[in-house]
Design a protein around this ligand. Structure first.
Ligand code: ADP
Ligand code: MG
Length: 243
């Protein structure tokens, strides 16, 4: 079978994420995404901004294959996500680290175990876990708190644990859906700086955020969504004021 040229291009070595005319409708209401095309290069840092309900989280779910598109195609790290066999999905998801606004830590486990959990489910040998977890905890600045329970940590520290857990399996992509939504301005800045450091180490980073001050200061690529449509996509962009 001859592949269409456009498809080959979407899976070229420089492209890590591509949405090709993607729409997603839920059973009710207007489409959450409506003919969205986006291409992200390996190693990029991208902000995704837009009002609540504009389709940002839906986009993240499509990248993780938690949802399939109603129309169009989603490519992640060379895979046409919709065509992935069910049995290949867990391994595919390991290439992507995810962080959420509400941290999603195991409350009754300490910091070490929260991070180790991500390695245990993929059966990394204990010997390796004992090296990898302290290493990633020191990367996020929490090496000394490995015994603490989540409730003993500040919000910013809890988010660092979540980031460590997202990173411990060495994903190629880190997706963060409003990672600073529950944090004060100082902690928000620290988390964004950490995400920038992670990006500088080579991980492609996508950050959904409402934090206009940080978006404006960081001068990264900014994709703005509105009602399921990309209304702007700019290198070194800023937060578009609509109000
Ligand atoms: P954002 O993350 O930008 O706030 P979402 O992607 O969560 O936006 O939602 C986009 C639109 O899709 C909204 O109108 C929302 O109500 C709708 N939506 C999201 N999830 C579902 C769902 N599971 N079922 C029905 N509608 C949904
Ligand atoms: Mg959302």
């Amino acid at each position: 079978m001859i592949k269409k040229a456009s498809k080959i291009q979407k899976q070229d070595e420089h492209t890590i994420i591509a949405l090709d005319h993607v729409s997603k409708s839920y059973s009710t209401g207007a489409p959450a995404l409506n003919d969205v095309s986006i291409k992200i290069k390996r190693g990029e840092f991208v902000f995704i901004v837009g009002d609540s309900g504009s389709g940002k989280s839906t986009l993240i779910k499509l990248l993780l294959k938690e949802l399939n598109p109603t129309e169009g195609e989603v490519f992640v790290d060379g895979e046409n996500v919709e065509k992935l066999k069910r049995r290949k999905v867990p391994k595919f998801r390991r290439r992507i680290g995810v962080v959420f606004q509400d941290f999603r830590l195991l409350k009754d486990r300490n910091v070490f175990d929260n991070v180790a959990f991500a390695q245990r489910i993929i059966q990394v040998p204990t010997r390796e876990i004992k090296k990898n977890v302290p290493s990633v905890l020191s990367k996020v600045g929490l090496a000394a708190k490995y015994k603490a329970k989540p409730r003993q940590l500040s919000g910013g520290e809890q988010q660092r644990v979540a980031i460590a857990r997202a990173l411990v399996n060495n994903p190629k992509i880190l997706l963060a859906d409003e990672p600073t939504g529950n944090l004060d301005p100082n902690n928000s800045w620290e988390i964004m700086k950490l995400l920038e450091d992670i990006n500088q180490d080579g991980t492609t980073v996508l950050v959904v955020t409402h934090n206009r001050e940080i978006v404006n200061a960081m001068e990264k690529r900014v994709i703005t969504m509105k009602k399921g449509v990309v209304i702007s996509d700019e290198e070194k962009g800023g937060y578009i004021d609509e109000d």
